[in-house]
Design a protein. Sequence first.
Length: 318
Amino acid sequence: MSRRLRTIAYLGIILMLYLIPEVVRSDYIINLLVFFLIRSLVAISFNLLYGYTGLLSIAQGGFYGIGAYGYTLLVMNAGWPTWPAWLAGGLIAAVISLPVSGITFKLKGHYFAICTLALSLIITAILTIWRGLTSGALGIAGVPPMGGISLPWVGEISFRNTFSFYPLVLTIFLLILSVIYLLTNSKVGRTFQAIRENEGLSLSVGINPNYHKAVCFFISAMISGLAGGLFASYIGFVHPMTSDVFIGLFALVCTVVGGTGTILGPVVGMLLLGTLPEILRIDPMIRNLIFGICLIVVVRVAPKGIIGILGQMRQRSQ
């Protein structure tokens, strides 16, 4: 397929995504799609770390919770407008990642993963214990939705219901996905991959691995924080379990099943494991069984995930 035809196909798919609410007049389906897009952002942030620099981080749930609480507290306690509060929530998560990266990057392999797991648990504990700020286990209800925007020839657009919130989340999702695509195909992205393949060799040619890993960790944490802010704005409620470690673990599973080190792998994995079971109304216990089986099968049979399988099939057909 030529580059021009590929571009037309992508634009057609994007247009179809925006037209879904006009075709599917179901609050339930659109609600699932909103959650799918938000969770996919967390999986994308994990994939940026693990798929491109080889850092197995399970702290994405913690950063997600920080973004959610950052947005909530800035809007409700500090009186910030919703849009600056949303951006600041993601930035707070990213800034917190900096001292953490300075400590954890001295660890390698599963030791680093265990440390990030502990970080996620610590964040959840702090959100539970600090009752004066976070209301503890009671959570915070009545979180305001994202403020409306005014567009020429269109007028005021509000985001107070599922059908109006979907295009907002889709736009943010596509923008972040585009940024990740440009980043991973740039010199910086190739540097990330060089560190993943051989950190010692990259150091010998003048690359500072810790600096670039810190940059990647910063960007990844910010994306997770922004996703958390979107969640708080949409659901109108935050709770310490918003930062549940399962969020990071689920992002890991979806990324591995979809395909690590690929742009669409985390999205495909989230669609398969996160959205289809909901649509099919599969029992939660059976769903967890499916997760485990899919992970084992993919790791054993197709280490590159579903995207890797599709790539191999494409090469054979050519």
